[in-house]
Design a protein around this ligand. Sequence first.
Ligand code: ADP
Ligand code: MG
Length: 627
Amino acid sequence: MSSIIQLLPDHVANQIAAGEVVQRPASVVKELLENAVDANATDIKLIIKDAGKSLVQVIDNGKGMNVTDARLCFERHATSKIRHAEDLFSLHTKGFRGEALASIAAIAHVEMKTKQDQEELGTQIVIEGSKFVSQEAAVLPKGTSFAVKNLFFNIPARRNFLKSDTVEYRHIIDEFQRVALAHPNIHFTFYHNGSEMYNLPISTLRQRVVNVFSGKTNEKLVPVQEDTEIVTVQGFVSKPEFAKKNRGEQFFFVNDRFIKSGYLHHAVMAAYDGILKDGAQPSYFLYLSVPPNSIDINIHPTKTEIKFDDESALYAILRASIKHSLGQFNVAPVLDFDRDANLDTPYHYKDLEGAMPTIQVDSTFNPFSDDKVNKHYAGSGSSGSGSSSSYRKPAATASWESLYVGLKQEPEFPTESAEISFESEEVTASLFNDEEVEHAVQNVYQIHKKYIVSPIKSGMVIVDQQRAHQRVLYEQFLANMTVHQASSQQLLFPLNLYFSSAEMELLAELKLSLINTGFVFEETNNDHVVISGIPVNVTESEVSILLEQLLSDLQQGIPENSFSQNDTIAKSMAKSLAVKTGTSLTIKEQENLVNGLFACKDPNVSPFQKPTFITMRVEDIDKKFAL
Ligand code: ADP
Ligand code: MG
């Protein structure tokens, strides 16, 4: 019987190997940038077209290659970076496997130009799908240029698998940022479709972080510095008040290499323990230096995980040094977290006289809820201490007000957010059906700056003000966007808002939907937008928070079709703009809100599917008294 095993031809083997190294244009960007860094370049240009699908080019002024190396570098396992297995334990370069260029050349059209400083002439090579097309001498500047065109031209399945330009571009930005943040001593420029997206001059670490993330980054940063025998930590973390909703600005570098580590992330979060709002994410840019032999770098080339010898010591050091920095820069210690903030008397209550105790309402009490806490107190009615914090865990610091329910209050000052106007003319429908009540609600009472209580024919209704307002705004925005009739208010002075280029891409994608809500964009640039008109129910000061929130909500992935895109925008804007728990509302506002809610198509739940109101029938109340 004839033997059936054959050796795969090189170009097939390379294509298969390529799949591991090159998943998308961003992988090419990563490999080429890292090679340029390894070649000791001080100036690196990244040029891409169509999110890297038609072109990824990296030009560096590094050490270049001679004629022989220029050809050899495309061979598999061709590397100048290690000679022996033990070199792996003293690695200080990014690459070492000698696979990247062979892989890339197997699945793209590559043009390479390279020249070493001491040589007269350089070498120019064209290679397509692992086949050498040409090699000639050429007059070239010092350094190397790789142009990678038509990625996956010979693997249509992979090419079709690529995501939209926006998604692929975002991956490229991620890779670019990781390399740029690790090397402030290198000048980076980045062009996409002919426009300059980044220009990062050689600078300090801090300046590099600020240049990459633009805008107000500088004031956010607190330096971190720690020298120990096993690790040197330096870099920056953000002040807690600048924490973000997403994890887009969290970077660890180990020996100048970007890594991901859930464990170290946990250490950072532990340092912020108690000073961040729930779900808030600090930004951090942390650079660890460890002896190369204390980490296991021999990992898959595209993976960013890493193994440390002494992880738990690293954890402790990291946590302590960040805590120290936050404390030293007076970020944390202003607040004493061991003290119950609920016990502090707010100034304007101090001098008020105590009034006769009045009936106290447990706003969290819901007889229909299965919630254990409520059940527990259901029988004891209003016999509590008067502090709602005794009914439930004092999670919300806003609940300190509840301590003073029994005190006479000064007339409320209208707060800015309380001024949000409700479009009363839209409110036509009445609460429930006509049998319930003849008129729209009129008797309203706000409790705990959180709920609005109103009698209805069958008993009473308790409305959650924040969720109700979210519902009202959500439906308004959605209607505006789908009917294309939003009116906008012209700004006297147009607003300039600065965003990262990833965010600008997102904004571009959403522009039409945003225009439909009432935004008017006068200009859209690489790094900022000029806004000259805003939706009528938005105030000027809310615009930047609103857009930031929206971009952060969308960063998880842009909804594919325009309906869900509108839906996401409406939800996000409703979330940002809704009156919050803790805002006192005038009687008129309360009325409008309740009536507005019941004029909605779907008044029962907030846009996030949480109940907006509950009702209590008189019989239910009777039952309580019968106990
Ligand atoms: P590795 O980086 O793992 O060594 P690569 O396939 O990425 O493998 O590169 C192969 C070799 O080509 C490198 O070891 C290096 O000697 C050479 N090389 C690649 N890119 C450059 C560059 N931009 N400048 C100089 N030499 C380079
Ligand atoms: Mg390499």
